[in-house]
Ligand binder design. Structure first.
Ligand SMILES: C[S@@+](CC[C@H](N)C(=O)[O-])C[C@H]1O[C@@H](n2cnc3c(N)ncnc32)[C@H](O)[C@@H]1O
Length: 121
């Protein structure tokens, strides 16, 4: 695995229409490097990491504000069905206010949308 990754196309995983989505090739590199049995994504967005994990046979839990999971308030470990934590915990949070999620990419939900923070601090 490389610390800087670049791919000519994003691949078939997730949904390219989800603003700010990431390439499944990134997730694939992580899985192939760390060989996890379990994987949690705290900001799964369109579900890119879930698609890759299913394809590679990795147990997966995907959380996101649009599903009612708020990482600023909820304990991620409490959402896992396994006794131990996950082997890989991944998150791809918003790019500060560049793309606003609730009320834009999906209807407004209750919680702390971190794409609407007042400032970077
Ligand atoms: C950059 S997108 C993730 C895209 C994803 N990796 C994909 O490929 O589709 C950031 C995500 O963070 C989520 N988010 C923002 N604030 C959150 C919060 N407090 N708790 C959980 N998710 C949050 C947004 O709903 C959005 O889906």
């Amino acid at each position: 695995m490389k610390s800087v990754m670049s791919f000519p196309e994003r691949g078939k995983w997730g949904d390219s229409r989800w603003r700010g989505n990431c390439s499944g090739h990134v997730i694939r590199e992580l899985v192939e490097h760390f060989r996890p049995q379990t994987f949690v994504d705290a900001c799964e967005g369109s579900g890119t990491s879930g698609d890759v994990c299913r394809e590679l046979g990795v147990q997966y839990v995907g959380l996101d504000l649009h599903k009612g999971n708020d990482f600023t308030r909820d304990f991620v470990l409490a959402a896992l069905p396994w006794e131990q934590g996950a082997d890989v915990a991944f998150s791809h949070p918003p790019y500060h206010s560049m793309i606003q999620y609730s009320g834009n990419v999906y209807p407004v939900v209750d919680g702390n949308d971190t794409s609407k923070c007042a400032d970077i601090d």
